[in-house]
Write a protein that binds this ligand. Structure first.
Ligand code: HEC
Ligand code: HEC
Ligand code: HEC
Length: 425
């Protein structure tokens, strides 16, 4: 039964009042600007600790544009709702956070509110940073305020309506932000608590390793059960099941700090910069993370059950030929990479043992970018050199040759989808 007109307008007005009221209740004041603190005013030890906190939190990874100055922002982050650019967090007073007081910085980290009171988008993982201690937040502030100021403006975001209306984030926060640090669990060891603190707080591991719901919130009921980020699969940390052999604490520590594990292969895609940052934090912190991760583990889900396709022998053969030509110079047994580099064999690769071909395909499409002079940790991107069919054949070949698992279904379709949807830059 249609509602009479008058009722409709009453409902409309009531809804608008409710929204206005909520917006008013959630409204956040500006925090007064301060003169940029003198660099010498920060305690040296605190700045050094801040460097570690900033590494744990990957601040430079997100806040540095490709080829740009560190922390000056401008890196585009692709989200299902459009592109968000990271901001300038150098101490430049006009375009960075130079005139932010410690209180303003702490509020941003704990509640995602900028100094002038506007809501920040949760692409900035404050829902995790909120777990950091006051001390660690103060140390990160000291470290950032000691950087060289860079004057540069962040490009405007390109978000879909209505998400370009920032106050809406306040509603999102009601659902997904539980502000403040976590109490220690006294029934567990100090190492376990430290691991949980780093994983849930600065490390924001769940931001990638947990599936997201339709409005971009983490599904807490499936915490750490694996997500997709920038087209890569961030495998389940609650299973840690990909790979020929189970993970051990020493292998996890080596993987997290060097990006390579002789029993599981190498970190690539969005995980590679995480490991480069973790390489600079104390060994004890990586050990704590490993201890916590091993404790998160639940019984592994079964790999591809019945119904998986038979091996496509012709694809395997085509893949083998391609592999000999394009890949064996590095991945072959006697290649310089294997001989001088002692790199893990493809038979250990998590990507090749995963439930989906996603990361193997991404690996071939994107390779491992050149960094510094590390020739042993470089793989060219093949997204231009090879077509979809060739990449599918190589993927089928790798699975058949380097794992004992059943073949993946629909590899060709997956290649096309990955290239089209979440394709590399
Ligand atoms: C996953 C990417 C990502 C990581 C990691 C990240 N940030 Fe950000 N950060 C962003 C984005 C994106 C914004 C801008 C959000 C917006 O405009 O609403 C932002 C905004 C901020 C702001 C607000 C600045 C302003 O001008 O409004 C501060 C402060 C900040 N980040 C500090 C940090 C610190 C400190 C770390 C490390 C502990 C960090 N961020 C790690 C993505 C990230
Ligand atoms: C920016 C997204 C992102 C963040 C943040 C992130 N990861 Fe990852 N992680 C990934 C992706 C993607 C992969 C798969 C990469 C690959 O296989 O080369 C991965 C792989 C891993 C693996 C290997 C799993 C396996 O089965 O081979 C471990 C272990 C891991 N991450 C732990 C962590 C921990 C611990 C943290 C927090 C300190 C973390 N990750 C933060 C994206 C992320
Ligand atoms: C210039 C050397 C080079 C070439 C050529 C090369 N790769 Fe790689 N590949 C690497 C490096 C380096 C890694 C990262 C692993 C490491 O650091 O040991 C890697 C990793 C991989 C991985 C992920 C393994 C893991 O650790 O999970 C796959 C899959 C892969 N390569 C497939 C290929 C395929 C297929 C080709 C040919 C189309 C190819 N590679 C060509 C150097 C190379």
């Amino acid at each position: 039964m249609p509602l009479p007109r008058r009722w409709l307008s009453i409902l409309l007005i009531a809804a608008m009042l409710a929204i206005a009221m909520a917006a008013y209740l959630m409204w956040e004041p500006a925090i007064a600007p301060v003169a940029p603190p003198a660099p010498a005013s920060f305690d040296r030890q605190r700045v050094l600790r801040g460097a570690q906190v900033v590494a744990q939190g990957d601040c430079a990874v997100c806040h540095t544009a490709r080829g740009g100055k560190p922390f000056a922002g401008g890196l585009p982050l692709a989200t299902p709702f459009g592109t968000i650019y990271s901001t300038n967090i150098t101490p430049d007073p006009q375009t960075g956070i130079g005139n932010w007081s410690p209180e303003a910085f702490t509020r941003a980290m704990r509640r995602g509110i900028a100094r002038d009171g506007h809501q920040l988008y949760p692409a900035f993982p404050y829902i995790h940073f909120t777990r950091m201690s006051d001390d660690d937040i103060a140390a990160a502030y000291a470290y950032l305020m000691r950087r060289d100021p860079v004057q540069t403006r962040t490009p405007a975001n390109a978000l879909v309506f209505p998400l370009n209306f920032r106050p809406l984030v306040a509603f999102w926060n009601v659902l997904f932000l539980r502000p403040g640090p976590q109490a220690a669990d006294t029934s567990r060891s100090a190492q376990w608590n430290r691991g949980r603190y780093l994983v849930d707080g600065a490390g924001h591991c769940a931001a990638c390793h947990t599936p997201l719901n339709l409005i971009g919130g983490e599904k807490w009921s499936q915490a750490f059960e694996g997500g997709v980020i920038d087209g890569w699969e961030a495998p389940s940390l609650a299973a840690l099941a990909h790979g020929a052999v189970p993970w051990t604490a020493p292998e996890l520590v080596t993987y997290l700090r060097t990006g390579v594990s002789s029993a599981h292969g190498a970190a690539a895609g969005p995980m590679l910069p995480v490991t480069r940052e973790l390489g600079t934090v104390p060994q004890a912190d990586a050990e704590a993370i490993a201890a916590y991760l091993l404790d998160l583990r639940k019984p592994a889900p079964r790999q591809a059950g019945p119904g998986s396709a038979p091996v496509d022998a012709q694809a395997v053969q085509r893949g083998q030929v391609l592999f000999a030509g394009a890949c064996a110079s590095c991945h072959g047994d006697r290649s310089p990479m294997q001989q001088f580099g002692d790199r893990p064999s493809l038979a250990t690769s998590s990507a090749i043992h995963a439930t989906t071909p996603r990361n193997t395909i991404q690996m071939i499409l994107q390779g491992v970018p050149w960094e510094g002079e590390d020739a042993l940790h470089f793989m060219p991107a093949f997204h231009q050199a090879l077509d979809d069919r060739q990449i599918a054949d190589l993927t089928v070949y790798l699975r058949a040759t380097y794992s004992r698992l059943p073949p993946w279904n629909d590899v060709a379709q997956a290649v096309t989808d990955i290239r089209k949807g979440d394709a590399p830059q």
